[in-house]
Design a protein around this ligand. Structure first.
Ligand code: SIN
Length: 501
């Protein structure tokens, strides 16, 4: 049974806690209906960069009945929150943005500890995450409807955009903060209420956000964050509870399909941000220095653990050798290590399962004739989750790495000779999240840009993510758009009213 408590039950490891300026951010209990609560059971959150002495905290493990009661609380809160003006909701979001910026250093450290990414990247994520609250603070007062002329001159049609209701939000470990704010920002801007289940690997950043949301003045019940060690049990409640009207999920295509099926019994509105297999194409006329830099950003951001990471690099045969040389030189300048140490550019994989996949992709490719141009090995001296940034040359389409998302620091280089050939190869996948190409020929904006089956394209750009981007995919990469002006639509329903004169 849910045990509500008014005392702070820290079980954050004390040597971890001592590194933080604002200790209030270190929460290990769930935030439900405006209160910090615990279930009596906990699970361990660990630092992926460490093999021993790696426990960061024991976090409360919320059972399914706690999710059910949180949904009821969010449902009750929705009745009044939907009536708060967009301007006032925007003010709360703006305050939350500012609180994140004020606490950016601590929030970044939390991300380093539970996710492993280096401090500079983690700080980047905090700013990226906060920018969604800022963006949606600005959108909140502008959730416009329309007045539509009727076929009957004695009538008018009004189309109102109304908040969809209670939203179940499930987020991954690779962006412990930003994947929450991208969804929660849009939800709160429209007047929805949220029940958030963060990834069990990274609940600390989510709980810190809940604390800041409380400080920002969001009313009790509007923002609920419940850690759980069972993604499937908590996911079932959020997808099957009749009072949850929308589910937003970022994660694998496999899990997305299960959640979609579960949601069908109550026909929920859905946003699915799922897997990727991004092609990255370097044409013969590309600026090769820019392309190599772009590939570094796109492929190796978070050590390859983002769903928009380039997964397959197609290089025109005329520039293949030169590009490979420039790219490998950049890879060799990176420094892998513990995220809070000076000068570290890349961190560990999240766990051994990820390591196994990386090894499978490398071993399969090498067995079939790929050449290791950089890296290629595990780094056990740093820790069991560390793997070198790796570049593989002479990769061919029979190798598993070209068909399956690696989600790790391995970059296959594949030669091509014509535009038609590379477009066909790039589109030879069911998942179309992001794609990239480098070329100076503007006509390729249309001949290539329009042909690639993806939701987002970087043209002469390896980094594409920001709050203004309509983020989302096509095919089995999912549907719905997050961030941007379109992000609001996913949290609203259109109500039409026909008015007789
Ligand atoms: C993701 O990997 O799921 C998101 C990446 C991004 O927002 O850039």
């Amino acid at each position: 049974m849910l045990r509500r408590t008014w005392t702070r039950l820290y079980s954050m490891n004390s040597h971890v806690a001592s590194q933080f300026k604002n200790q209030n951010l270190l929460k290990t209990e769930a935030f439900v209906n405006g209160k910090w609560v615990s279930s009596g059971k906990t699970f361990a959150v660990t630092d992926p960069a460490k093999d021993t002495d790696n426990e960061l905290a024991q976090v409360t493990d919320m059972p399914t009945d706690a999710f059910e009661s949180a949904v009821e609380d969010a449902y009750t809160a929705f009745a009044s929150f939907k009536k708060v003006s967009g301007r006032d909701r925007g003010a709360m979001l703006q305050k939350l943005y500012q609180l994140m910026i004020d606490n950016a250093d601590d929030l970044a450290k939390l991300i380093v500890l539970e996710n492993g990414k280096p401090y500079a990247d983690a700080l980047g994520e905090v700013k990226y995450s906060a920018s969604f609250f800022q963006w949606f603070a600005e959108e909140a007062p502008r959730v416009y409807g329309t007045v539509i002329p009727s076929a009957d001159s004695q009538k008018r049609i009004l189309a109102l955009k109304q908040p969809v209701g209670v939203c179940g939000i499930m987020t991954p470990w690779n962006f412990p903060s930003a994947m929450i704010s991208r969804k929660m920002g849009a939800a709160m801007a429209t007047g929805c209420t949220v029940v958030i289940r963060p990834a069990s690997e990274t609940p600390l950043s989510a709980l810190a956000l809940a604390y800041l949301a409380e400080q920002a003045g969001f009313p009790a019940g509007t923002v609920n964050v419940l850690p759980s060690s069972s993604a499937s049990a908590s996911g079932k409640v959020l997808t099957q509870h009749p009072k949850v009207k929308k589910v937003s999920f970022t994660g694998s295509t496999r899990v997305g399909k299960i959640l979609m099926e579960q949601s069908s019994s109550t026909l929920k509105k859905l946003s699915m941000e799922l897997g990727g297999n991004a092609p990255f194409i370097v044409f013969e006329d590309a600026d090769l220095d820019a392309a190599a830099q772009g590939a570094m950003v796109s492929k190796f951001r978070s050590s390859g653990q983002t769903c928009v990471c380039a997964n397959r690099l197609y290089i025109h045969e005329k520039v293949y050798d030169e590009f490979a040389k420039k790219f490998v030189a950049l890879v060799n300048k990176t420094k892998m290590g513990y995220g809070l140490d000076e000068g570290i550019t890349h961190g560990p994989l999240i766990n051994q399962k990820s390591m196994d996949k990386v090894r499978e992709h490398i071993d399969d490719a090498v067995k079939k004739g790929a050449k290791v141009l950089a890296g290629g090995n595990k780094l056990p001296n740093l820790g069991e989750n560390f793997h070198e940034l790796t570049v593989l040359g002479d990769v061919t389409k029979d190798m598993v790495i070209t068909q399956d998302e690696t989600f790790g620091p391995v970059c296959p280089l594949i030669k091509f000779s014509t535009d038609e050939e590379v477009i066909a190869a790039a589109n030879d996948t069911d998942v179309g999240l992001a794609g990239y190409f480098f070329s100076k020929d503007v006509s390729r904006l249309f001949t290539v840009g329009e042909e690639l089956n993806v939701g987002m394209i970087g043209v002469n750009a390896g980094g594409i993510s920001e709050a203004a981007l309509p983020f989302g995919g096509v095919g089995e990469a999912g549907f719905g758009r997050e961030g941007s002006k379109y992000g609001i639509d996913d949290y609203t329903v259109v109500k039409a009213m026909v008015v007789g004169l």
